[in-house]
Design a binder for this molecule. Structure first.
Ligand code: ADP
Length: 192
């Protein structure tokens, strides 16, 4: 299997690049943010629980997120591989994901970290908020908190993959195609 962790701060372009990677490499895309938003829209128990965290720009508790992610993976027994987008967001989640994949006889192939500076992130998220109406993208304070949470709780998870020799930093500034080519060349190299 080819299992990719697409990592990076909010607004780094994980969703955009995932869509292109899915087409090219035939993988299943799992975005924890998308799954939470789907559950909020449908007012499920999970959605109600997650909403209060998401509205403030905080992380949903690990246990809830990990269980949800595992249940999603189980829905695709025929998958050639997965793109994990927005997961893991803490070292605990990374450890849980490794254990879970190991039990299934597979593992993470590569972790790709999109790097974008804060000024550019802010610009992109405010623009996305205007277009998509995502409530967590329209409030500047919520965006700032998400970037802060990323720096304090998520960025450290990169070290976990670095220690395994799986971490690859990718310049996330440029055209969509340029960034896609940077990601693809690492993936092709890794899947040889
Ligand atoms: P972005 O990457 O633009 O911040 P996402 O769509 O990935 O947005 O996630 C939106 C929100 O969902 C996050 O701010 C967080 O509250 C919650 N969330 C998503 N993934 C996770 C995760 N792995 N762990 C905890 N909370 C998460």
């Amino acid at each position: 299997m080819l299992n990719i962790v697409l990592f990076g701060p909010p607004g780094a372009g994980k969703g955009t690049q995932s869509n292109k990677l899915v087409e090219t490499f035939g993988l299943v895309h799992l975005s924890t943010g998308d799954i939470f938003r789907y559950n909020i829209k449908n007012q499920t128990e999970l959605g109600k629980l997650a909403q209060s965290y998401i509205d403030k720009g905080n992380l949903v508790p690990d246990e809830v997120t990990i269980n949800m992610l595992q249940a999603e993976v189980e829905k695709y027994p025929e998958a050639k591989g997965f793109i994990f987008d927005g997961f893991p967001r803490t070292t605990n989640q990374a450890i849980a994901l490794d254990k879970f994949l190991e039990a299934k006889g597979t593992s993470i192939s590569v972790m790709l970290a999109l790097e974008v500076n804060e000024e550019e992130l802010m610009k992109r998220l405010l623009l996305r908020g205007q277009e998509s109406g995502r409530p967590d993208d329209t409030d500047e304070n919520v965006i700032r908190n998400r970037i802060k949470v990323y720096n304090e709780q998520t960025a450290v998870a990169a070290r976990y993959y670095e220690a395994q020799g799986k971490y690859h930093a990718i310049n996330g500034i440029g055209s969509i195609d340029e960034i896609f080519n940077r990601l693809s060349s690492v993936i092709v190299e890794k899947s040889r």
